[in-house]
Design a protein around this ligand. Sequence first.
Ligand code: PDD
Length: 287
Amino acid sequence: MARLAYVDGRYVAHNAASVHVEDRGFQFSDGVYEVISIVGRRLIDMEGHLDRLERSLKALDMPEPVSRPVLAMIMRELVTRNRVREGIIYLQVTRGVAPRDHKFPAGLKPTLVMTTKHVDFLNQKRLSDGVKVISIPDIRWGRCDIKAVALLPNCMGKTQAASAGAYEAWQVDTEGFVTEGTSSNAWILTRDNVLKTRGLGPDILRGVTRDSLMRIAAEEGVTVVEEAFTVEEARDAREAFVTSATSFLTPVVKIDDRVIGNGAPGSLSCRLQRWYIDYCTGVRGNG
Ligand code: PDD
């Protein structure tokens, strides 16, 4: 069966799916998106992702393309039609098609597209072995809390990481504090055993995985401190990890040229990862 994409009301062959050349998403990155993981055919944290999509649309004064129940229905339908057991669904909403003009034209019909991809996330070696990250200056705009498709600095950072043999780049603000990864949130367990991740604000995306992990940590009696940490603190940390819909909880074992802990994923990271995966597979409930 051919892989399908959803484009504005139609399920079409993935390799023939397209949008208009004057779509504002294409010309101005005038759009927002979500990436939701699929584990055992279930969309993980769909409500949290749809909540964030609504916040992103609102922040950019963009209308919802369809109602929330319809959106959820289309997502489920595409996952079913493409028989995705493990993978992701990508959803993008742009302001729509109009003759090129910087100012937002009124009354446009938003463009809605969705694609899916098969990925066997839970069997990836990086979950068990951990990964390297590098640190880079954060050169992004002032509204990183909006999940906008304008990801050029993130793409540059991720490419730089890959060239350095690393999985992710941690972006560092002008005061020396880590903001987040290019497509994930950053966490450390400090020398003094404090589990830290940066507090919410315009400098980071509020990760849905971050939210779920905070909830799970609280249920397990693990305290999370929402506080910025410096890149030095990170290099000195006992443990470190990243979270996102596609990396779940991936341990970090090296930051720049500094080995974290003994070079293997830390014990708290491993426990948190186990709990989070149990949540995704339904062993814990509510996945
Ligand atoms: N990225 N920070 C940034 C900049 C991100 O792009 C992402 C997710 C996250 C983590 O958010 P969540 O836990 O909701 O996935 C944090 C997705 C996976 C992407 O762009 O592919």
